[in-house]
Design a protein around this ligand. Structure first.
Ligand code: A3P
Length: 300
């Protein structure tokens, strides 16, 4: 097995094959074993870098796939409908994905290198959601404060440097997004941007339905869009992640459903930090044809 190194600044994280995992949730042997996980053709993977709209898309997919969830007859949390493939919260709680009925939905923060090899046969589908990385940094910084398994940074500047060095959960944002974008041809993958969801959720839901081969009538679409709105989700206990184990999350210090906007990074990042970020973004992502909306004002 490759060497495991604790990540500088954070004794709770370890680096393995260039990716950062939390000791609490993921063991390297388990991560490696996922390579051989048996994929079914109708599996769907939701893949994101943290803080890019994961729980939002878990809600959308739950509403698209489950009529019972949509009409309220099934009271199932979205993390049960779209569970994590890589997390071992506690050894006695590992979900047996092999006994789940099809179609199975999964969530994952893994980089393209770690996902099951079977996904490369291009049959099962992947939805990859990305978000402008300045808002990702900001959201992750606030998230650190509530996650008791994360070592909280003393200030934003400290966190900013950790993020640029890829020494945060899931490693480098640049590697994650770059890796998935440049290996897209190996997968059956739809890329979605968080900002597009903010601007026109209905169109994005329709785009997802088309990719997934799901036909929802206008009434069902109305329900998906309404129940996936920030305000509805914030009060929805099945979707807002407020009943997560207290030993892991201190909901008095923060919320998964925090602000849900574009451009909140301006309240945290200095102009100098933003300029540093722009330079690095250009260096690392300049070869990709990728554009983000960075600011609420750009939403014309
Ligand atoms: P902020 O911290 O900027 O508010 P993830 O689920 O990947 O951890 O991402 C969490 C981010 O998605 C948080 O961003 C959260 O507020 C935002 N989010 C969750 N549901 C949302 C929704 N319905 N509309 C807009 N943003 C949402």
């Amino acid at each position: 097995m490759d060497t495991i190194t604790p990540v500088l600044c954070d004794s709770n994280l370890y680096k393995y094959k260039g990716f950062c995992f939390y000791k609490e949730f993921m063991k390297p042997e388990f991560v490696d074993s996922l390579q051989d996980f048996q994929i079914r053709n109708d599996d769907l993977f939701l893949i994101t870098y943290p803080k890019s709209g994961t729980i939002w898309t878990q809600q959308i997919l739950s509403l698209i796939y489950s009529e019972g969830y949509r009409n309220g007859t099934e009271q199932i949390e979205t993390t049960e409908i779209v569970p994590w493939i890589e997390c071992q919260f506690m050894s006695d709680e590992i979900m047996d994905h092999n006994s789940r009925p099809s179609p199975r939905l999964f969530a994952s923060h893994l980089s393209y290198r770690f996902v099951p090899q079977g996904l490369k046969m291009r049959k099962a589908k992947i939805i990859y959601v990305m978000r402008n990385p300045k808002d990702v940094i900001n959201s992750l910084y606030h998230f650190e404060a509530m996650a008791s398994y994360a070592k909280t940074s003393p200030d934003f500047d400290h966190f900013f440097k950790k993020f640029l060095d890829g020494e945060v959960f899931a490693g480098s944002w640049f590697d994650h997004v770059h890796g998935w974008c440049t290996h897209r041809d190996q997968f059956n993958i739809l890329f979605i941007k968080y900002e597009d969801m903010i601007m026109d959720l209905r169109s994005v839901v329709k785009q997802m339905c088309k990719f997934l081969g799901k036909e929802l009538d206008e009434e069902a679409l109305d329900i998906v869009v309404k129940r996936a709105s920030f305000n509805e989700m914030k009060k929805d206990p099945l979707a807002n992640k407020e009943d997560l184990p207290e030993e892991f999350y201190n909901v008095k210090k923060g919320k998964f459903m925090r602000k849900g906007t574009i451009g909140d990074w301006k309240n945290t990042m200095t102009v100098a930090q933003s300029e540093v970020f722009d330079t690095i973004f250009q260096e690392k992502m300049g070869d990709l044809d990728i554009e983000f909306i960075w600011d609420n004002k750009e939403k014309a």
